[in-house]
Design a protein around this ligand. Sequence first.
Ligand SMILES: [Fe+2]
Ligand SMILES: [Fe+2]
Length: 290
Amino acid sequence: MNRKIDRRNAILQKIDSLEQLPTLPAIAQQVISKALNPSVTFKELQKIISYDPPLTARVLKTANSVYYGRRTPAKSIEDAIFTIGLNDLSSICLSTSVIESFVHYDQRLLDRRTLWKHSISTGALFESLAKRNNLDKSFNYLLAGLLHDIGWMILDHVAPEILGLALQSAEAREWSNVVEKKLFGLHHSEIGAIVLEQWNIPPEIIPIVLNHHAPEKADDYQKPAKFLQLASLLSPYKLPLITIESEITLDKSLGLNLPKKEITLDKLRKHYKKEITYAEDITELSLGWL
Ligand SMILES: [Fe+2]
Ligand SMILES: [Fe+2]
């Protein structure tokens, strides 16, 4: 019992002394906000991107990737933006900028590439699930998905020895909410929420991250929290930490118009196949920028 409290206090103390999350690079911020603005012209975006030669190179490379299937290569930035589309461009830009803002967080036990693949795909999937199910449009689903498991990375950064204990339990296929609470009295979603509160993050993201393993506790945010949980479960990229699939409450609000007992995760996988494939593509395209 005491050991659990000591571990919990050690984690909380180290979180308290963390520095601010570095803000996103100015150019990336401009690209993202311009791309989300319906009145912006391609010319304006082209101008912003052209100020940053490495970004220009990345945008051209992406437009000319097999994914977009152009017959002739895009030579101008304007062409490239048109090919990629504003939505994909802002998604890739936001994903890679968030990842790059964590570069000084050394990798200890948790493989960063695996974590980011899981995070980008969960974010892209969360965004498409929200669109398809008409959730509130004013919310940044991609960002919430990108940051939903940030608690794991914080734990790896501030207390790798404690993360090691959790990973050992995962190997023994013992999981998850229970084990974290038992070992250090904190769940990775709580660690994530504590840190996000200290950082300059849109506040409505926090209750969703905090409750992504227990959406029924999210009060006014139950629906998005439920879809975030689903997005994380449907992500084709898994973390080594075991999440028990049965922890999700499968019901009609997840978009399947079937009697409750016929709703299964497999059926949801088929139902959202297009969205899952899209999430995979955005993940691969984003990794190409890193
Ligand atoms: Fe999680
Ligand atoms: Fe997750």
